[in-house]
Design a protein around this ligand. Structure first.
Ligand code: SF4
Ligand code: SF4
Length: 242
């Protein structure tokens, strides 16, 4: 510990001890600490030109400006772009409404409200599903913490970086813009899970498509469902349990 000389102490007044001696607060009032060094005669003459040094140095280098949106440059494969809420192979949603993504988000950009699946309206392979799902792209910093937190890999990030709009409201994406569409072969939710399958069978990749029973269920409940014509029964219940 350095010694304090009496000359460095000044009188202070506190309610407890009105005449206390305390170390003086040192300021960097010494101009040599902050004043720029004096230039030589030549430096003084060239200082106006020196201001353009960075400009001149970069004048003949190749430019890196991208002409988006006229030329779309592909991203790196692991680029963090717009989110996707994914589906299982039979069309059920992977999101179980657990809110872990929302809790992990440092920017508080995700809002989730869970709903309960019922026999008449089963949206996901579990007890609950993401009834309300919103991502606020005015807040999102594309860090990817949410996708790391998701236990079902329901939430992933795509390479799509074209997220823009001319108003703030439309940059809050709701579930209809985040949930991926039903692919060919799948059958749109809601519908029951594959017969006798558990949620673990889904997580373990044993469900590779809708069963005929699922397709028949949707045909009976929603005969006009647009996913019906392309639905393909690819796996039967007994194969899931094998
Ligand atoms: S990428 Fe980061 S900031 Fe964006 S929603 Fe996910 S956790 Fe939040
Ligand atoms: S996206 Fe994943 S983490 Fe977020 S609520 Fe759905 S299941 Fe949970």
């Amino acid at each position: 510990m350095s010694e304090v000389n009496e000359s460095d102490l000044v009188k202070t007044e506190t309610p407890d001890s009105p005449d206390t001696l305390a170390p003086a607060v040192k300021t960097d009032a010494d101009p040599s600490l902050w004043r720029p060094k004096k230039k030589s005669f030549l430096g003084e003459q060239l200082k106006a030109v020196a201001g353009f040094g960075v400009t001149f140095r970069n004048f003949f280098r190749p430019y890196a400006t991208e002409q988006w949106p006229f030329e779309k440059v592909p991203t790196q494969p692991r680029y963090h772009g717009r989110h996707h809420l994914n589906r299982w192979a039979d069309g059920l949603e992977k999101c179980v409404g657990c809110e872990l993504c929302a809790w992990a988000c440092p920017a508080d950009a995700i809002y989730v409200e869970a709903g309960s699946n019922t026999p008449e309206a089963q949206y996901s392979a579990g007890e609950r599903y993401g009834k309300v799902y919103e991502i606020n792209y005015l807040r999102c910093i594309f860090c990817g913490m949410c996708i790391e937190a998701c236990p079902t890999r329901a939430l992933t990030m795509s390479n799509d970086y074209e997220i823009w709009d001319d108003n703030r409201e439309d940059l809050i994406y709701e579930k209809d813009r985040i949930l991926v569409p039903v692919s060919d072969g799948m059958i749109a939710a809601p519908h029951p899970m594959v017969e006798d399958a558990t949620d673990m069978d889904y997580y373990n990749g044993k469900v590779t498509g809708p069963t005929q029973a699922q397709i028949d269920w949707v045909k009976a409940k929603r005969p006009d469902d647009p996913s019906l014509p392309k639905a393909v029964a690819t796996r039967q219940a007994e194969e899931v349990k094998a």
